[in-house]
Design a protein around this ligand. Structure first.
Ligand code: COA
Length: 332
């Protein structure tokens, strides 16, 4: 059986920087509150007419392919994680296939929110292990800012979420090579309505009515407190599950790349695992929470900064809407 390995990672974030100061002009919030509760100083929001989920994903993908040293023609399959697809139908995988000119390869969309990229990576890993495909483009990309309620009512989520794209090339290597060691996927739908977005919805008479617009059904709704409490428990569980499964201890981790939900969540996990700062990668301070985008963006930046070296033990972990949570343990 093959093993799969990340051969290259790339990312793209929109040019528009939105500071906490700018947010405080839109809603009743302030820099001090946002920094203290979330660790975020600024984030990137898309520019309508310029950025799309598809074109950001394409930029990230081209960078990933270049760094992996592969031609687009070598990509066998696409797995695209997003909850903010450009169209309601079709998904973004096929748009990326078209944009990159990839000859009629299959494209799959994954809609698991903040854990979406780890679910996508795990699906790709299975295709490679079985030998069905040899090189898979795995993407996480989102435009969240157009689903944010920028009034006082929506301020707890409006200050957190942001836009951006990341991508990796997952390739087949021999069993003795470094690569993905294991994946652990979980969900608990009992909490679906703690972080969700109702519209457009298929189960109404029309998918988007004036009434739904007036009610703000197309805004992301989050019960931040509940999300926070569950996140810190599930992050710890799923990281320990990955370590135990492979017989490693927490001090053997070279780099933890947590989904960038909230800096306080990452710091809690770091503290519990007693990891020094250099072993935890965070970029939420200047990029916010880009949902499925955060982990591949972080991997791309960590690699650029020389924080990922061949053979490093890397733990990826995520928690979010669903609730769904996941971890992937790998040797870089
Ligand atoms: N600016 C200023 N005040 C705000 C605010 C904002 N942006 N958002 C909420 N508040 C207020 C609340 O209205 C509340 O005021 P009150 O005490 O007068 O009622 C107060 O701040 C505390 O609100 P609360 O929701 O209890 O704050 P919190 O400490 O839980 O922080 C979050 C809110 C959203 C930052 C926090 O719950 C969180 O980070 N949750 C996890 C979210 C997350 O990770 N989501 C992504 C999952 S992938």
């Amino acid at each position: 059986m093959n093993r799969s390995r990340i051969l290259g990672a790339g990312h793209y974030v929109p040019e528009r920087i939105v500071t906490n100061q700018e947010l405080s002009e839109m809603m009743n919030t302030n820099d001090e509150w946002i920094v203290e509760r979330t660790g975020i100083h600024e984030r990137r929001w898309f520019t309508p007419g310029v950025d799309t989920v598809n074109n950001m994903a394409a930029k990230a993908s081209r960078m990933a392919m270049e760094r992996a040293g592969i031609e687009p023609s070598e990509v066998d399959f696409i797995v695209f994680a997003t909850i903010t697809s450009d169209y309601f139908l079709p998904g973004n995988g096929v748009l990326l296939q078209r944009e990159l000119g990839l000859a009629n390869i299959g494209a799959l969309d994954v809609k698991n929110a903040c854990s979406g990229f780890l679910y996508a990576l795990t699906v790709a890993d299975q295709f490679i292990k079985t030998g069905m495909y040899r090189k898979i483009l795995v993407v996480g990309a989102e435009i969240q800012s157009s689903a944010l309620d920028k009034s006082d009512e929506g301020r707890s989520s409006a200050v957190i979420f942001a836009d951006g794209a990341g991508a990796v090339i997952l390739g087949a290597v021999g069993q003795s090579e470094p690569g993905i060691l294991s994946s652990h996927l979980h969900s608990d739908g009992a909490f679906a309505e703690e972080l969700y977005c109702i519209a457009p919805s298929s189960s109404g008479e029309v998918r988007l009515s004036q009434e739904m617009i007036d009610r703000g059904d197309f805004f992301v709704k989050m019960n931040g407190n509940t999300v926070f409490k569950h996140a810190i428990v599930r992050f710890m569980e799923v990281i320990n599950e990955a370590l135990n499964h492979n017989g490693y201890t927490k001090d053997e981790i070279d780099l933890l790349v947590p989904h960038q939900a909230n800096l306080r969540i990452s710091q809690y996990v770091q503290q519990k695992l007693e990891l020094p700062d250099e072993k935890v990668f965070n970029n939420i301070m200047y990029l916010g929470n880009t949902t499925a985008g955060t982990i591949p963006i972080a991997l791309s930046q960590a690699w650029e900064q020389g924080r990922l070296k061949k053979g490093d033990l890397v733990c990826l972990a995520a928690f979010g809407s669903g609730f769904a949570w996941a971890s992937v343990l790998l040797r870089w």
